[in-house]
Design a protein around this ligand. Structure first.
Ligand code: HEM
Length: 466
């Protein structure tokens, strides 16, 4: 069958859903509606872009198995437009082809190999230590910490900075540096503007320039922030060399700068890695504690697991968390319910491909509906329930592409192992220090799309000292 035979909403009705019915922040729910109305494959026009939605694990597998040598996420991104406009290079998130491959191979050695990642546990533990102290500082007399995500944003930024620069930037200090707050604010606003700028045809940017201008200002700030930190770090190294001292960095910026990559490439990669490590960690940690506070039995079992592996020690290592199956299952379950990237995409430029009986012409944008597959009752019984045990049960097996929060294959998340280690160390440590309960006056919180999937309302939790 041809693209013309594919079902889907008309341009006008989809635009109405997006703009008039707050659809941009409900894009993840529109995936579920799409499956209900049209089945596992449908087409829709997202502003000027025609995209084929695929919402079935086996069909997502079909797409990803045909993605070719140098997979491309999206060709139409406003992120790339910004870089072209300012003459910046692209980082791993936005580069393509050979340019992407060379940096991917280099960083993969330091970010994907288990041994290389384990070596970051002490660095990350010192950030977790500061997070615990900050939570203590932020608690009211009843133990309530309001808006936990705001603290976890800073934790995410401090964590990723520590592996990028091997130094601390003070996000968890009592007084947070203003530039840090502005960096986090820039990420948030940039994500809101991403969807808006992509849904608007380019000619509309002239007519309504605000979204595009704000989007560019946010990126300008992020690039400046990263460059400032890199230059500072490189200057410190140069001074050491001048004093005749040996320089032996164990941090990602160092590895990047030791190659013959142009500095512009180092700047763009560090900017994109900083950006990738903030909301992803913050949202996943927020949802983890939110769900554990509402599932006290799971919380108790998980604490028991942590205590029994540690046998009297207070600080877990990478080797310890590797022996905690319930901890891993908890994070998996959180990412199934709240996949930070609710929809991913691919553009296959080399050839036409077949998916679900349709011939999809090359260069079509294909949206992979991960939120829909990970909430599919046919794959995950009682899909809206938080049940980490489902990942441990031998009876239940799931299609391997049904919940793929980090993506699969060559272009999958390069920060996956660092992110998992950071989350495991933080959750384990928090549970050892505190009993987590919901805010007695709290409401149930739903996710919303802001390019990424984030909590719609603030999450307040009670942290009772253990
Ligand atoms: C819970 C945490 C995280 C989740 C769920 C997540 C998820 C993802 C997903 C779904 C992708 C796209 C994969 C694809 O297209 O197949 C991705 C790409 C990427 N992520 Fe993550 N991520 C997380 C944390 C991080 C962290 C902490 C970093 C940095 C240290 C990071 C760096 C990146 C980069 C650089 C890419 C682009 C890789 C490429 O195109 O080669 N991520 N991530």
């Amino acid at each position: 069958k041809a693209l013309g035979d594919m079902p889907g909403p008309s341009v006008a009705s989809f635009a109405w859903d997006l703009f008039a019915k707050r659809g941009l922040s409900r894009l993840h729910e529109l995936q579920l509606e799409g499956v209900r109305r049209y089945g596992p494959v449908w087409k829709a026009s997202f502003g000027p872009i025609l995209t084929v939605h695929v919402a079935d694990p086996a069909l997502i597998e079909q797409v990803l198995r045909q993605e070719g040598q140098h997979p491309m996420r999206s060709d139409l991104s406003s992120w790339k437009d910004y870089r072209r406009l300012r003459g910046h290079h692209c980082g791993l998130l936005t580069s393509e082809g050979e340019e992407w491959q060379s940096v991917r191979s280099l960083l993969g050695k330091h970010m994907l190999r288990p041994k290389a990642v384990e070596a970051y546990d002490q660095t990350l533990n010192s950030v977790v230590e500061d997070l615990i102290a900050k939570l203590r500082l932020r608690r009211s007399s009843e133990g309530l910490v309001t808006d936990i995500a705001s603290e976890f944003y800073r934790f995410g930024l401090e964590g990723v900075s520590s592996v990028l620069f091997e130094s601390r930037i003070g996000c968890l200090d009592e007084t947070v540096p203003e530039e840090t707050e502005r960096f986090i604010q820039s990420i948030n606003t940039m994500f809101v503007m991403t969807l808006l700028t992509m849904a608007m045809p380019r000619w509309m940017h002239q007519l309504f320039p605000k979204p595009w201008n704000v989007f560019c200002q946010c990126w300008d700030y992020m690039f400046d922030f990263a460059k400032g930190h890199i230059d500072q770090r490189m200057a410190a190294e140069a001074e050491k060399v001048a004093r005749g001292e040996k320089v032996e960095g164990r941090y990602l910026t160092y590895f990047l700068s030791q190659t013959d990559l142009p500095m512009k490439t180092v700047y763009s990669n560090v900017t994109e890695l900083l950006l990738a490590g903030v909301d992803t960690i913050s949202s996943t940690l927020s949802w983890s504690l939110y769900e554990l506070s509402r599932h006290r039995a799971v919380q108790a079992s998980l604490r028991e697991e942590v205590l029994s592996v540690l046998g009297g020690r207070r600080v877990p290592t990478a080797a310890d968390v590797a022996q905690m199956p319930l901890l891993k299952a908890t994070v998996k379950e959180v990412l199934r319910l709240y996949p930070v990237i609710p929809a991913n995409a691919r553009v296959i430029a080399e050839r036409d491909i077949q998916v679900g009986g349709y011939l999809i012409p090359k260069n079509t944008l294909i949206t992979l509906c991960h939120f829909a597959t990970s909430r599919d009752p046919a794959v995950f019984p009682q899909p809206d329930r938080f049940q980490p045990q489902r990942w441990l049960s031998r009876e239940q097996s799931h299609h391997p592409y049904a919940s793929v929060p980090f993506g699969v294959g060559k272009r999958s998340c390069i920060g996956r192992r660092i992110a998992e280690l950071e989350l495991y160390l933080a959750v384990a440590r928090i549970l050892m220090e505190f009993d987590i309960k919901p805010d007695p006056e709290g409401i149930s919180v739903k996710p919303m799309t802001r390019t990424l999937l984030v909590p719609e309302n603030v999450i307040n939790l009670q942290f009772t000292e253990r």
